[in-house]
Design a protein around this ligand. Sequence first.
Ligand SMILES: Nc1ncnc2c1ncn2[C@@H]1O[C@H](COP(=O)(O)OP(=O)(O)OP(=O)(O)O)[C@@H](O)[C@H]1O
Length: 227
Amino acid sequence: MLKLQKISTKIAGITVLRQIETEFKAGSLVAVVGHNGAGKTTLLRAIMGLIRLEEGRIEFNGRDLATVPDHRRASMGIGYAPEERVMFPTFTVEENLRLPCEVQRMPKQETDRRLEMTLQVVPQLKDMLARSGAALSGGQGKMAALGRALMAGRNLVLLDEPFQGLAPVLANQYAESLRRLRDLNPELCVIVTESNGSLLRDLPDTTLTLERGELAAAPHGASHHLY
Ligand SMILES: Nc1ncnc2c1ncn2[C@@H]1O[C@H](COP(=O)(O)OP(=O)(O)OP(=O)(O)O)[C@@H](O)[C@H]1O
């Protein structure tokens, strides 16, 4: 479904990702772990088209993503929850959730159906729907960001360090949400980054390790493990 073919990127003249070559399959949950500054955020931003590739190619369901402008990637069914807070403060949480679907002119019926699925996966959002996007705590904001990524992410969901800074109770709820998400969407591919891989519990099917912008080698057929 998603193939990275020797992709490299530079930021301010410095190579941040070097020749990343890997494939993500439908129905898998893949962890990308690595120390701070290893390039995890940059990898997700490259997939979203928010950073230019220096070399290489990203293929999504057979299509070269270079031909798809960043603002059209959500309409390909790619949802993204960046690490930083992304709620629009002047909109309610429900408006924030519906936004990615409205931007891509999804029919209202389908948007309603996706909202229903999202609330099934993240039930805590039900009580927040009418609140302002500005009135959420850090943890609630993470749940809402997950919800918003799920609204757009029919095929692929990218979550950047979602467990970072979550209190243990909320981290358990977040992990439960990811399990429900997979049960309800068996074909969905989910990529989750974390600096501390143990926060991801037993969720990942595969763990890739980024070290200074490069994928660490792993024994053939085995998962990559850093810790
Ligand atoms: N806007 C920027 N300007 C300069 N350097 C940057 C910028 N963004 C990222 N970098 C550098 O690129 C490298 C990779 O950063 P990136 O944010 O992708 O790492 P990360 O693995 O997500 O780290 P963290 O866990 O701290 O979020 C780092 O060395 C960082 O300093």
